[in-house]
Design a protein around this ligand. Sequence first.
Ligand SMILES: Nc1ncnc2c1ncn2[C@@H]1O[C@H](COP(=O)(O)OP(=O)(O)OP(=O)(O)O)[C@@H](O)[C@H]1O
Length: 924
Amino acid sequence: MGAVGAEELIGREKVESASGDGGNGKAEKIFVSVRLRPLSEKEMASNDPCDWECINDTTVIFRSSLPERSMSPTAYTFDRVFQSDHTTKQVYQAGAKDVALSVVSGVNSAIFAYGQTSSGKTYTMTGITEYAAQDIYEYIHKHDERAYVLKFSAVEIYNEAVKDLLSTDSSPLRLLDDPEKGTVIEKLSEEILTDWNHLKALISVCEAHRKIGETSLNETSSRSHQILRLTIESCAREFLGKDNSSTLVASVNFVDLAGSERASQALSSGTRLEGYHINRSLLTLGSVIRKLSKGRNGYIPYRDSKLTRILQPSLGGNARTAIICTISPARSHIEQSRHTLQFASCAKEVVTSAQVNIVMSDKALVKHLEEELARLENELRYPGISPTVETMLREKDLKIQKMENEINKLIQQLDIAHSQLENSPQVIGKDPSSRPWVSILPSEEPSSTSPLNGHYVGHYLPPMSEPSDSTDLCTVSATSRFVASYNQSCLQTGNYTNPSPRHLGQNHKFIESNGNQGGQWIGENFNDEFEQLYQDVHCIEVNGAHMSEDSESILTEGSNSLQRLSVTTPEHIYGNCEPERQRDLDFMNANPVTLEQHLQNVKKTLSSFVEAHPNRFHPCSTLQDPRSKDVPLSRSISCRSTLMSSPTWLKVDNTSPTISLDGFHGRPEELQKKGFAWNFRDTIRKLSARGSQNSGDSTSFSVQKLLNTEATSSGKMDRSVDYTELNEMVQVDEQKQSTIDQDTGKNVFQELGAKDTAKYVGQKSTLDSLQPPTLWPRDPTDSIYMEVELRRLSFLKSTVSRQHIDKASTVGQHFTSAPSLRLLRRERDMLCRQMEKNLSGAERESLYAKWGIELDSKQRRLQLAQCLWSEPNDIEHVRESAAVVASLIGLLEQGRALKEMFGLAFSPQKSSKRSSWKYGLSYR
Ligand SMILES: Nc1ncnc2c1ncn2[C@@H]1O[C@H](COP(=O)(O)OP(=O)(O)OP(=O)(O)O)[C@@H](O)[C@H]1O
């Protein structure tokens, strides 16, 4: 049995407690050893042979030369056996020290000496007590971090009377039953030890007081059971005297039992009476040990003797116990020796359950009870689960909760994406002739993606609900984000649950089609009309196909958004879907400020591009023979018409007498030098003056709003476009009616006309306080066009951004692209009318033949209109489409732009229906 330090013991106890034994301590068998003493002089003198021999450290055998005893059991095995030549110190170190020193760790312990009279019990226990006391003091001295208090008490049980060996009063002491402490000896004196010498002195006192007598075997036979109790209290010095301190308290009992004896071995009647009591108490002890060795079932007769009653904790209770059984090797004592060995054999089966005894202060006790309460509650919650598993379960619960929250978020995102996916194709598909660009603004998850902007750069306003519009990109983004997040969650949990086959399936199909087929994103859910819309988009975007690689690199490096402008190639928009998704993800996370910066980048890059490719981007470069195949693709004459109508559009502002033009960039410096700068302020002032005569609040559209929008987007004005601006912009439709001068009944635009417009354009430079763009189209009308377009883009981007924010807080706000489709249909109808009006039959037939339309087929003009822009990757086709459109639109009357041509209803509309105005402008 190796020595175990106090810390190790405490640690072991904690481990055991944590292992789920409920804190009842460690179950441990009594350590039993047997010690053979040498033959006494008397035994040797009588030639009493030695029949017992220790063959090893654990086994003692009986070697009898007598044939009648050879049948008896010959070997006994114990935890340790000591031969006659073993010293008491060796017995102590190997058979008692470990148990004895448990006391310094707060664990009760007991060392027993059991054997027949004169077998060497007192001889052994005296030495063990001394060695143990020495070691205890030595330990205390080595552990200065704790403060120790040692107390000593001693009793003897003589003829079933408990006597205090430290007291001169020989009156017996009563045994009391304490509900917490168990059996306590009433009025037992207890000495606080000062040092080792003090203990030795007290032990000497006990020896002096102990009842001894002379027997036939032992002249100084102990006639009583002696119990020397050393109690040790210890507390960490840092907590000494504090409320939250805790104290370890334990006792070690050194028990020197009286020797069993036969009545014949007693010399007098008095000793026979002592022997009776001794044997009786030892018989009870043997009975208790025997019962305990068979388990704790049934009645344990502790109370049958004062000895077993006092030693109850040490016998299968809260203590570590070691029993040293002493025997005489002499043949003459063979029966007592066998009886002792049988007792030892039972004792080694007895299990005790020692635990660290902690005495707490009230405060510490309260804290401990609270912790204990929490532990018990957890036990109730997780019955039969160890604290370690319980902690793991609690962590798992938290993880599961976190994942559930994440899944809920993802499902919400998926629902949004799904609703967007459903909205777009359904609505658009029902109305194939509507203008598709309308659909971008109502997007449930709008973003300021560049495709939106790109629609307005070309001469032909393409559908805004084309494949890469914000709605669908957001759908892709949201779906991608969902799939990624969901997969991540699944990876973390190891569980794959199908969140929503319907949602995932549809979105997945969408993603696949978008990623693999580029423009064929619509898939089977979209009809031919919508496919046509998509082609229309491409026919504008193919503009970029003319560009050089340099221009493309400018666009690529300049801004992500620019890649979605019409000046990019289709591949930029659709060809590589994955980067688009990532950009959209970024975009969706962007705040309005970021979007504004984004727009700024778009503008800068656009300007750079225009500067780098003035010829190709020249607005009037296509003002040639529209039927010529050499006409470079750019804005058609319809653009020019629109430009001419721009001042009219500006005239609608009549509500802001103090117009702030701080955000207006004005004309390019280059144009100012040429005298082409447009006096924007004067124009506004003039228009405002005219508008002020109109119908008050109904003419609430403010140019300043547009300017502010532009200013915001350009970062020169710290102002974001509020959603209310959209409503105000919507009212511009109503305002358009106000462009009908109330006094004259004439249309203001018509009144100003091209001449006024040209005049304004040709006047002085723009505001002095504003810096013009460094790069700007050289053509004055182009410049105006660009300004208008940029304001439109700003407004749209800001509005979409705002909608993106508002949408999060607005449930059930749905937008459709139906108006857009209607406008597209209207535009085609317009082209059909123009064909009939401006083209002769021969010209039309020529066109039909050229475009592969059978002359006898129905709706040939509509077929031709639908053929336009249908092959965006075919530059020749695009040129021819542009030529046809230019030929049709170019025959329009100057100054009367068609609203279908530019997405802006510059020209006044006669309809007084409020709703028509709203649709006419609010979604552009
Ligand atoms: N291991 C030993 N080595 C040498 N002498 C021993 C040994 N054990 C006991 N003795 C001697 O044997 C005698 C009896 O010992 P001891 O008094 O300790 O017996 P006991 O079991 O206490 O007897 P009792 O029960 O009557 O008190 C003593 O004189 C003691 O010195």
